[in-house]
Design a protein around this ligand. Structure first.
Ligand SMILES: *Cc1c(COP(=O)(O)O)cnc(C)c1O
Length: 361
C-alpha cells in the first residue's frame, strides 16, 4: 500500500505527467462546461471535434510535421502497424527491407512476411542486440517498397544514433522514443508509435505518413487497416479512441510547456546521465549495451547474479521503485525512464542502487 505515487519504471504502459493526470481528473465529470465527460461525448460533437483538431494541430506543431505529411490516430497500438505498413506500402514491387535490432523490429519483420518478399537488411542478434549496425552495414535493395527500422529498442536498451539513409521511403517504429527529442519528420515516409510509452494511455496508435504513400494498399486490405480510408475520414472511419486522443492532447500541451522536444531532450539527457554516470562508475552493476548507442529511454543493467537481481527488484518494489525487472531476453533489471519520469525518480533509483551495492558487495 502506498499513500503517495510511486516511481513506475515500467517499459509500458508507463508514467504519465502528474499535472496531466490532475487536469484529466479535474475535468473528468464535466469537460469545459459541457456537462459531460470526454468519455461520454459523441466523436462527431462540436466539443470533441475541437479536442481532436487541437490535438492534431499540437502534434504537428510539437513534432514539426511538414505539409506533405498527415497525422492519424488509430486503434491497435504499434502492433497493428506491423501489418498495416506492409499491407498498404509493399505495393507493386512486393518487396520490403527490415533492420532487425531487437524484439519489436523482429516481430514487425515476421508479420510483414505474410504480405511479401521481406529481406533482412541487418541483424544485431549475433551480439544479443547490444549494438546498432552502421550505415555501411545495411544491405538495402533499390527495388524495395520501403525500409523499416525501430529507432529505440525497448527491451535491449539501444537507440539508433543516426537516421539511416535509403533510396526508398523510410518507415520507423518510434514507439519507445517518440516525442523524446526533435526528429526531422521530412526524412520519413512513415512514422508510427504505440501511445503507452511517451504519449497517452495504451491502445492508441499514432501514424505520421507522407501523403504520397497513401492509396496503394493490397486489395485484401480491410477498410479499417487502409491508410487511404483513414486519411479520407480524418481518422474517424469508425469511432476513434476518443479519450486517448484527449489525453494525448494534454500530454502535448505539457511537452510544449516544458520547452517542446528540445526541452524534452535536454531533460531526458540530464535524467539518463544520473543513472549512466553511476553505471560507468560502479563495477557491481553492468550495462550490457555498447556505450555509444545506449538508449535515453530504457536502461538495462545486471549484477551477473540472478538471485541478487531478484532480491534487487523485490526490495526496490517495497520502496516504491516499481517494475524494474528486466525482460527475460536480457535478464537483470531495466529502468524505463520515459518523458514523464521525473529526475527525482532517477535520483531515488541510484540512491537505492548504492545502498543495495553496499549491503551485497
Ligand atoms: C511497446 C512497443 C511496441 C508494441 O506496442 P503495442 O502498442 O503493444 O502494440 C512496438 N514497438 C516498440 C518499439 C515498442 O516499444
Amino acid at each position: 500500500m502506498f499513500t503517495e505515487r510511486i516511481y513506475n519504471f515500467s517499459a509500458g504502459p508507463s508514467m504519465l505527467p502528474e499535472s496531466v493526470l490532475k487536469q484529466a481528473a479535474s475535468e473528468l465529470l464535466n469537460f469545459g462546461g459541457s456537462g459531460t465527460s470526454v468519455m461520454e461525448m459523441s466523436h462527431r460533437s462540436k466539443d470533441f471535434l475541437a479536442i481532436f483538431e487541437e490535438t492534431k494541430a499540437l502534434l504537428k506543431e510539437v513534432m514539426g510535421i511538414p505539409e506533405t505529411h498527415e497525422a492519424l490516430f488509430l486503434p491497435g497500438g504499434a502492433w497493428m502497424q506491423f501489418a498495416m505498413v506492409p499491407m498498404n506500402l509493399i505495393g507493386t514491387t512486393g518487396k520490403a527491407d527490415y533492420a532487425v535490432t531487437g524484439n519489436f523490429s523482429q516481430l514487425a519483420m515476421k508479420e510483414a512476411k505474410k504480405y511479401g518478399d521481406i529481406h533482412i537488411a541487418c541483424d544485431s542478434a549475433d551480439l544479443n542486440h547490444t549494438y546498432i549496425p552502421r550505415q555501411a552495414d545495411l544491405n538495402l535493395r533499390p527495388d524495395a517498397a520501403y525500409f523499416h527500422y525501430c529507432s529505440n529498442n525497448t527491451i535491449y536498451g539501444t537507440e539508433w544514433d543516426y537516421i539511416p539513409e535509403a533510396s526508398v521511403p523510410l518507415v520507423c517504429d518510434m514507439s519507445s522514443n517518440i516525442l523524446s527529442k526533435p526528429v526531422d519528420v521530412s526524412k520519413y515516409g512513415l512514422i508510427y508509435a504505440g501511445a503507452q510509452k511517451n504519449m497517452a494511455p495504451a491502445g492508441l496508435g499514432v501514424v505520421v505518413i507522407d501523403k504520397n504513400l497513401v492509396g496503394n494498399e493490397l486489395p485484401v486490405t480491410p477498410t479499417m487497416l487502409s491508410y487511404k480510408a483513414m486519411v479520407e475520414a480524418d481518422s474517424m472511419h469508425n469511432t476513434p479512441p476518443c479519450y486517448n486522443i484527449y489525453m494525448l492532447g494534454l500530454v502535448l500541451k505539457w511537452i510544449k510547456s516544458e520547452g517542446g522536444l528540445v526541452g524534452m531532450q535536454a531533460k531526458n539527457v540530464e535524467k539518463a546521465k544520473v543513472l549512466y554516470d553511476y553505471l560507468d562508475e560502479t563495477t557491481f552493476y553492468k550495462s550490457p549495451v555498447q556505450k555509444e548507442v545506449r538508449s535515453m529511454m530504457n536502461v538495462p543493467f545486471v549484477t551477473g547474479n540472478e538471485d541478487l537481481d531478484n532480491a534487487f527488484c523485490k526490495e526496490a518494489e517495497k520502496k516504491g521503485l516499481s517494475n524494474l525487472k528486466g525482460h527475460r531476453n536480457v535478464g537483470g533489471m531495466r529502468a524505463s525512464i520515459y518523458n514523464a519520469m521525473p529526475k527525482a525518480g532517477l535520483e531515488a533509483l541510484v540512491a537505492f542502487m548504492k545502498e543495495f551495492e553496499t549491503k551485497n558487495r
